[in-house]
Design a protein around this ligand. Sequence first.
Ligand code: PXG
Length: 287
Amino acid sequence: MPSQVYINGSLVDKDDAKVSVYDHGLLYGDGVFEGIRVYGGKVFLLTEHVERLYESAHAIRLEIPMSKADMASAVEQTVAANQIDDGYVRLVVTRGAGTLGLDIRKTSNPQIIIIADTITLYDPEVYEQGMKLVTSSTIRNHPAALSPRIKSLNYLNNILAKIEGTDAGTVEALMLNHKGEVAECTGDNIFIVTRGMIKTPSLEAGILEGITRNTAIQLAKEAGHTVLETAILRHDIYTADECFLTGTAAEVIAVVSLDGRVIGEGVPGPITKDLRSRFRDLTRSGG
Ligand code: PXG
């Protein structure tokens, strides 16, 4: 059982890993995070995740008091201390303790927290049969309000959408942007395959630049597919031949219906299956 949590330079027992109730991470969701996989004892795409963490922090004017290289070493040290072979790392940086006001100048001591744990995945049936999706009525944050490119501790936008999925009996939910275009799911990016062409919303749609998304695009291109980053409407998903999601937790997973419309043959499609297999080969080979 994982028991050691990294907090501000030390590994401590998880029961002793604590932050102040005055921390702006708690009071305002003021902070950033990453979710990273460990495969065969190796942290998958660690450099990419550390890079995105620092970009998120930079975007919210949070200076992380540690170098990227030291952050990467701290992640590896935490994984090793907990003897995680296949698991999950949650990397969190909060704004730190401050006053009961929004002024970041009155905060100090950003908290750097690294949790290495096991991961709960979707049931194997969901991978075999593909998942059903519904569109949530909660739209994705407007990029001019809170950019979805920032992986911030304020995930209420996604949580509210996820509740709608749960209420509808699905494990994920589709989110549209303020223009009514397809954005992404609550914790996964989305792709479709139409007449052999792979399409995914561009960053302009107001989405998180998923690291699994980037890997899937690269794998698809290596396999000889054309990948188009373009505006997508729900109609494009309803009428697609295949649909799949990508994410750190889900990896590559098929979607077989949206809002009660069967997609393609209603089973995971050949390109989806091939990309899932290529992704799994990559993670098994140490990435
Ligand atoms: N969109 C959103 C909004 C996300 O939160 C993704 C896309 C996929 O990005 P990556 O980089 O993982 O390919 C995410 C990622 C969790 C959890 O515990 C959520 C994510 C990642 C890991 C764990 O809910 N979201």
